[in-house]
Design a protein around this ligand. Structure first.
Ligand code: HPA
Length: 251
């Protein structure tokens, strides 16, 4: 099985990826965030794509999600793991927590969020009841369990437009809506994967308490975010390495 990893803030390259080959891809929907990096992690083939570009220059609302997903689908991946940096809304999901969200609420606007549009496309309504692929989620859960890395198995991901962070009142509203996590890139990424039939799951990395909560009561500290992310991404990396190792064994 060949998986792709989409890396977000704090994960613009995958340490330990060997024999790398970069592939520039053009799609009918424009250019992806950067070339696909084909490589091997502990001997297992993998594709890596940096969601914000390799120099972290593409803002969440400017990402060409359609080109990214199309390129990965075209490369024939069996699934996608999207690493997503998030703010924690649910109290237990504080900085450094790793969470596998199981639901999404989409607050974004103006993003190109479907492949099914334009004159030649039949109107198509994909099912999105369970927005994340359960099999990929289970694989991630097993990988984390195998190496003893705590990983919470549920949470509703609220996707905001960005690039600004939220106001405290917006976070209170999101909490009332049932959001446990807040990020800016989960949509339309997840639904585009669904439209292409690519099994997709997200691995949420909590970088900070969401606005107005905990130590973010007055402001969100960017320095604290980068410190948290650096430490947490080391754990994400171990989970991903175990994930691909297990996937290779089941080939
Ligand atoms: N809000 C939105 N996106 C984020 C946050 C946040 O607090 N932290 C990391 N990504």
């Amino acid at each position: 099985m060949k998986f792709a990893i989409i890396g977000g803030s704090g994960l613009s390259s995958l340490a330990g990826l060997h024999d790398c080959r970069r592939q520039v891809v053009r799609t009918p929907f424009g250019d992806p965030s950067g070339p696909l990096t084909h490589g091997r992690l502990d001997g297992v083939d993998l594709i890596f794509l940096a969601r914000h570009g390799y120099g972290h220059t593409i803002a969440p609302h400017e990402i060409n999600y359609r080109a990214n997903l199309w390129a990965l689908h075209d490369a024939g991946v069996d699934g996608v793991v999207a690493v997503a940096t998030v703010g924690g809304i649910r109290r237990e999901y504080g900085p450094g927590a790793l969470v596998l969200p199981d639901q999404i609420i989409d607050y974004t606007w103006g993003r190109r969020a479907t492949f099914f549009e334009g004159p030649d496309q039949p109107v198509t309504h994909v099912d999105f009841t369970l927005p994340y692929d359960e099999a990929v989620r289970q694989r991630l859960a097993r990988a984390a369990a195998a190496i003893g890395e705590p990983l919470a198995l549920e949470g509703t991901y609220g996707c905001t437009q960005g690039p600004r962070l939220e106001s405290a009142a917006e976070i209170r509203r999101m909490a009332r809506d049932g959001c446990d996590l807040v990020g800016m890139t989960g949509m339309p990424e997840a639904v585009l994967a669904r439209e292409l039939g690519v099994p997709y799951a997200a691995l949420g990395v909590v970088a900070n308490h969401a606005a107005g909560m905990g130590d973010s009561a007055q402001a969100i500290s960017m320095e604290a975010i980068s410190r948290t992310l650096e430490e947490a991404m080391a754990r994400v990396h171990r989970i991903l390495a175990e994930f691909v190792r297990q996937a290779a064994q089941q080939r």
